[in-house]
Structure formats: structure tokens, C-alpha cells
Write a protein that binds this ligand. Structure first.
Ligand code: HEM
Length: 341
């Protein structure tokens, strides 16, 4: 499949929805509805995104900082000696914070049980989504019976262009806000602690200057590119809409483009301007970026306050399978750390 690479080229394509359309149905092996607002173009995209914006704005998310800090503190306080970060810290933090933002703490244990990918992959590598279908059916049936003012309750009564949302549209929105910030944030939090385990200078600088943590997180979003590529329909190449031809937008190539980022393979605390596309670009850029950044900032602040040195244990399962960028971890199946002090 064609891949669009380079910082300027990806920006341009991400803006150009008439030629590179998001009107598609992904993950056909595990769902028969579109993830929304991701898989539509304007004008539907605009209306759906407006529905979600109030829950994900910088100010809305910031208001939850005290609750997020309590969550991170209780997780980090329970660690000593050895800990597996990807699940016991990152995924726990993510699902508990979503429980707060979405107003559904009663669902947190169930969300955690799905693992970092939302879909469950069996031993034969086949993905399953039935558990999610059951959850969405049960949740929206309950909301029909007993309306609530939490995110899903509001979605259940929402209208766009003067009509109620269909069930599948509600599923598509709920699915995406549950799935979008899981493996991506797991990679971000794990990647930050993986890097700092190995880089004493960065560890000490950030401990003495915690105000640098947000810029470090931005740099790690660039370096890791937790969502490395997304596809679009190549409109010019598609003769039959039933048989769409796809093209990839490579956010990772944009983040490793040396024409706009000096020494892109290095992680720098003093990078200054950082024109990365780790959260995408244009209309579909990540709605959860403030949430992801706040979750990571709180975890790092508390972790650095409590621990001075730690090391990556050999049983950790990291993947480095980005073809052109073998130095970037593509996945933290697990990250086991030994805390020294
Ligand atoms: C480090 C963490 C994250 C990264 C790197 C990331 C990355 C991205 C990227 C690259 C896109 C653009 C996709 C495209 O253009 O096709 C995107 C869209 C999106 N993200 Fe994130 N994401 C992260 C966290 C989150 C979180 C925490 C949430 C919500 C809980 C979230 C929800 C979404 C949604 C709903 C969209 C679709 C927006 C739209 O179509 O208008 N993401 N994300």
C-alpha cells in the first residue's frame, strides 16, 4: 500500500480530505460499525467532534488533575523493589482516569480486563471483539432505561443535524474513546520510564526541574510516535467505492524528518520548537491529547519524586520492529523495572 512520508507531505495529505478521505470502515475483523468521529469526513465529522469537544478540552481535563494525582499516587505508593509498568502502572492509570472523565468508575475493572488493545487476541493471533459488543449493548440498553449525565448518557440523548444518533453511531463513539487512549498512552508512559531508566542525565535534570516534564513528554510523543501510521482512502485511485484503495499517512516519518527536526533519532530535553505529528494533524488530530499529556505528566512527576534510579529487567518484552526505525520501541508488551532507590 502507498505510504505518504515526510513532515510537510503528511501535513498536506492530512488536510486534504477530498483526496485522502477518512470515510472508511477499519478493523472489519472485529467491528461492523465505524469508529467516530475518526472514520468520517466533514460535515459529519464536524458535528460529531463538536459533541465530544467539551469532555476533552484542556480546561475540562485539567479540572480532574487532583483525582488523577490521587490515582497515580496510590498506584506508585504500592510499588517497591520490582514492578511491571505497562499494565500495573500505565494501563491501570489510564482506565482509572477514564473512569473519572467518563463518570463511570463502576466500569473500570471491566475496561482493564480487555488489556491495552481493547480487542482480545487469541493464541492463533485472531482478534475478538464480542466482549466489547456485549459491553456496548448492555451499557446503552441500561442508559435507555435509566438516563444519566455521564459521557455515554449524554451521547445516548445527543442529536446531530436535528436527528438522534443511531445505536451504531453511539457504539462507534464509545468504542473510539475507550480504545484511542489505551495502547498509545501505555507506550508513552512506558517509553518515558524506559528512556529515563537508561539516561541518568535526563533523569536528574527532570527531577531537579519538573517544569521541564511537559516538554519531555512532547519529545517522547515525537520520538515514540505511539500511533505511527493511519490510513485514508486514496480517492483518485478508487474506481469502485466498494473496493477502496488505501494510502497510509506515516506520522512516524514526519516525526523523524531531519529537514524539520534536528537529529531526530535523539531524545532531547532542549529541543524547543517541536513540529511533530505524533497527535496527527488537521481535523482528525487527537482529541485526547490533553488527557494523554496530563496522565503522563502526573505519573512522571510522582515517580521522579519517589524514585531516583531504576533499571529495565531482562524479562521485559519490548518490540523494535519499525522497518526503518529499529531504534524506536514499537511496543511494550511488558516493561519490568527494578527500583534501586
Ligand atoms: C500518547 C497518546 C495518544 C496518541 C499518540 C494519539 C494519537 C492520535 C493520532 C495520531 C490521531 C489522528 C488519527 C488520524 O488522523 O487518522 C488521533 C486521533 C484520535 N484520538 Fe488519539 N492519541 C493518543 C491518546 C488519545 C486519548 C487519551 C484519547 C481519548 C481517550 C484519544 C482519542 C482520539 C480520538 C477520539 C481521535 C479521533 C479524532 C477525530 O477523528 O476527530 N487519543 N490520536
Amino acid at each position: 500500500m502507498k505510504i505518504i512520508k515526510g513532515n510537510q507531505q503528511v501535513r498536506q495529505a492530512a488536510r486534504d480530505y477530498e483526496n485522502y478521505s477518512s470515510n472508511l470502515q477499519g478493523d472489519q475483523d472485529v467491528r461492523d460499525y465505524k469508529q467516530l468521529p475518526l472514520e468520517v469526513d466533514p460535515p459529519d465529522h464536524t458535528a460529531l467532534r463538536e459533541l465530544l469537544n467539551p469532555w476533552f478540552s484542556k480546561d475540562a481535563v485539567k479540572a480532574f488533575e487532583p483525582e488523577f494525582s490521587d490515582i497515580a499516587k496510590s498506584l506508585i505508593d504500592s510499588f517497591s523493589d520490582e514492578v511491571e509498568i505497562a499494565h500495573e502502572l500505565a494501563l491501570q492509570m489510564i482506565v482509572q482516569c477514564l473512569g473519572v472523565v467518563f463518570g463511570r468508575p463502576q466500569d473500570v475493572a471491566e475496561w482493564y480486563s480487555w488489556g491495552p488493545d481493547t480487542w482480545i487476541t487469541d493464541e492463533d493471533g485472531i482478534r475478538h471483539g464480542d466482549h466489547l459488543d456485549r459491553y456496548l449493548l448492555k451499557t446503552f440498553d441500561e442508559l435507555d432505561e435509566k438516563p444519566t449525565d455521564d459521557l455515554f448518557g449524554v451521547l445516548n440523548r445527543a442529536e446531530i443535524a436535528g436527528r438522534a444518533l443511531t445505536r451504531k453511531e453511539k457504539y462507534g463513539i464509545a468504542n473510539l474513546v475507550l480504545a484511542g487512549g489505551r495502547d498509545t498512552v501505555v507506550k508513552l508512559i512506558s517509553g518515558c520510564l524506559w528512556h529515563l531508566a537508561q539516561n541518568q542525565e535526563h533523569r536528574e535534570t527532570l527531577r531537579s526541574n519538573p517544569e521541564l516534564i511537559p516538554d519531555f513528554i512532547t519529545e517522547m510523543v515525537r520520538f515514540l510516535s505511539p500511533l505511527p501510521m493511519m490510513h485514508r482512502v486514496d480517492v483518485a485511485e478508487t474506481a469502485n467505492p466498494e473496493d477502496p484503495k488505501y494510502v497510509w499517512l506515516s506520522f512516524i516519518s514526519a516525526n523523524q524528518d531531519s529537514s524539520v527536526i534536528t537529529d531526530p533519532e535523539q531524545i532531547k530535553l532542549d529541543r524547543g520548537a517541536n513540529p511533530h505529528l505524533g497527535f496527527g494533524y488537521g481535523r482528525h488530530s487527537c482529541i485526547g491529547m490533553h488527557l494523554a499529556q496530563l496522565e503522563a505528566k502526573i505519573v512522571l512527576e510522582l515517580w521522579l519524586e519517589k524514585f531516583s534510579t531504576w533499571e529495565v529487567l531482562p524479562e521485559s518484552e519490548l518490540l523494535f520492529d519499525f522497518e526503518e526505525y529499529k531504534f524506536i520501541p514499537s511496543r511494550f508488551h511488558s516493561l519490568s523495572l527494578k527500583i534501586n532507590s
